[in-house]
Design a protein around this ligand. Sequence first.
Ligand code: ZN
Length: 185
Amino acid sequence: MLYAQIHLTLPAWVHDAVDTTTTYPGDEAKVGLAIELSARNIDLATGGPFGAVVFDGDDRIVSVGTNRVVPHTCSVAHAEMMAYMTAQQRLQRFRLNEDGSRFVLATSSQPCCQCYGATVWAGIDELLIGARSEDVEELTPFDEGPLPTDWIGELERRGIAVRRDILRDRAREVLRRYGESGVAY
Ligand SMILES: [Zn+2]
């Protein structure tokens, strides 16, 4: 049988965990929320140890994402992809900032090669990162894949500012907890 449709969901708990009426000024508040989602995702066994959030120019949440690879048997269902896709559906634009407004992606860990590629096209202006990919590979079994040598420069040349090591230790702690648990979800 040929499948002609894909249905991906975020865990039901995101509606209780995320307050869309509040603002998250500053890099640490934004990445802090992404890390909180990554922690809750493993605590509740709803996916891997990654979280991401798209914010608008007023520091408000547009969308969130958590890793959903194992629950959905879908290798593309990374936190950043889920956040981009749900933001694009909500705003009905495949390039979020095509109307001239600004968007930020905050992610608990540096995007893998897939999410890096998606970041080029998603229509964001800033990328805020918690843990580095070497943290992911040190503390979990995941392969982050190959990136261009000058991956930050490639994004910046496309108008996307990159800041990293934001609450890195807190992000590493979630990765460590997941890696030491030995489970895969
Ligand atoms: Zn990814």
